[in-house]
Design a binder for this molecule. Sequence first.
Ligand SMILES: C[S@@+](CC[C@H](N)C(=O)[O-])C[C@H]1O[C@@H](n2cnc3c(N)ncnc32)[C@H](O)[C@@H]1O
Length: 197
Amino acid sequence: MSESPDNDPVIISVAAYSTNPIAYEEKYATHLLDRPNCFASLLSPGSQILDLGCGPGRDIRIFSEGGHKPIGIELNPEFIEMARRQGDVIQGDIRNISSIFTPSSFDGVWAQASLVHLEKLEIDLVLQDLRDLLKPNGLLYACVPATGETGWLDESDGRRWYTTWPEDSFEIAVRTTGFHVTDVTHGPYVEVWATKA
Ligand SMILES: C[S@@+](CC[C@H](N)C(=O)[O-])C[C@H]1O[C@@H](n2cnc3c(N)ncnc32)[C@H](O)[C@@H]1O
């Protein structure tokens, strides 16, 4: 586990997005676009949605336009500035969400590729926090890498840590935390849709 910011995989990985945040926004502008639209359609109008690791804020805009009340949490300062043009964003670490929000605050938690830089034990703890932050029957969408090695990846814009979840390990982790898994898609990423059991 991480002891100081200098060797914390999350801090190092999040910093890499500052190399070219606009390029990230453009690259992912239409990526898996049907997912946030589907998520928005499954919730009652005016739902409170937590957008974990909201990046430049594309999905905050989609949820607002869908009639909901999203709030993002993000650590990268450039992404925070960009996402705040779309709605409310808190500067904070996903690993501390239980001290930022009160239990049963959200109708939905959206975690699109946002747990990817946490270590496995941290993700297990965050899943428990997400369960507690959701209202009864609240909806969770989480998408994490399913292929490749867990470890450091040197990418053209910087170094990032990725935790990967082979086979059915992620859906098992979600179910074990106390969610009812309603749908799973396997590919390079595993996408899990679940409700608070
Ligand atoms: C792969 S990007 C995904 C961004 C956005 N959800 C999307 O789908 O385009 C991962 C995002 O999570 C943020 N992030 C990663 N770990 C975080 C943490 N512990 N606390 C807050 N934000 C975090 C990163 O800064 C980055 O914006």
